[in-house]
Write a protein that binds this ligand. Sequence first.
Ligand code: NAD
Length: 365
Amino acid sequence: MKPPILLDTFFKDKTVFITGHTGFIGSWLSTWLYMLGSKVVGYALDPNTSPSMFKTLNLEKKITSIVGDIRDRELLGSCISESKPDIVIHLAAQPLVLSSYQNPVYTIETNVMGTVNLLESVRKLSSGKVCINFTSDKCYDNREVDYSYKENDPLGGHDPYSASKASSEIVTSSYRKSFFDNDGAVNLASVRAGNVIGGGDWAENRIVPDVIRDLSTNKSVQIRNPDSVRPWQHVLEPISGLLWLSVKMWNEPNKFNEAWNFGPNSTMTVKELVNEIIQYWGRGAWVSSQTNLKHEAKLLKLDCSKAKNSLGWSPVYDVKKTIAETVAWYRNYKENNVDMYDFTTQQIINYCKTAKLIGLPWASQ
Ligand SMILES: NC(=O)c1ccc[n+]([C@@H]2O[C@H](COP(=O)([O-])OP(=O)(O)OC[C@H]3O[C@@H](n4cnc5c(N)ncnc54)[C@H](O)[C@@H]3O)[C@@H](O)[C@H]2O)c1
């Protein structure tokens, strides 16, 4: 059997075009690709949180960063074609359920037409072998039963965000069948990630940044839905999945052009997650807040057996290690003298070392 092509061998000198590079997941992805020696070109809005991971890591100085709206098809198209990418990864989106209730039209324009604009731009490329659309576990028709969703389960969406991600999936599938299938020139897949946590997320109305903000100002933590169950995973898990999927798609065209779930081995309730965070932080308490009357899914689980069986991908960290790594990032951020770029790259190196120890193909010789 041929040895697998490791991520660093594959990504060195490849041009990777990322939309949404200024956000939480985009900053981690850009950092990892920069470490691997890729030429990263990012397209997104300016960071909309303060602090921002993108600014903290000074990524503007390390990659090519273009400020542009995903709804601007002409600008996006010219930026993609000028960068002549080998790989395109689409992360740009309005990613918050509660904001989607406040701004449904913006959410759908950004998440659905943004996907259309991206795929139209990729259609016109003469380069570009791999394109991956990062959607969400919320794209499934959530029946609120104890069941782990598989890639061939029906799509749906109660809130506008979930509906926009289901629509983005349908658009992706349509473009694949209508324009990209079988010629091997562009390989198109989608990634449906469970709830992503990790250092450097500063979004409003997201559980981990909300908890960290309260803990660091000695406030008691307010939790909207303590009993909701979620597939929490470290941000590096779906990123390792999409990087490895890119390698597989590049090397074996047409074989992996599908949807892929990437999630953890187990789930946890919101209150269990918060209790763990408080334990690693060292002090704090939470109370249940009844301020949100909008519907949010109560029970969400993902079946990732397809990625495990077909890609040899598995999560590297269990939920306790995931939370420990996450809290360690924020604690170090609070210590003003820590270089957070060094700290972040060290977390990526440690993650890769653990993946190698457990024998995952993307990390092993
Ligand atoms: N964080 C999670 O738990 C999670 C889970 C599953 C899927 N996702 C998906 O991952 C992707 C990234 O999410 P994140 O958590 O990093 O969110 P984020 O808010 O930190 O980043 C969003 C990125 O999209 C960009 N963006 C938003 N609107 C845009 C527009 N109109 N034009 C151009 N760029 C725009 C932002 O500038 C930013 O770079 C999103 O597609 C999200 O739906 C996130």
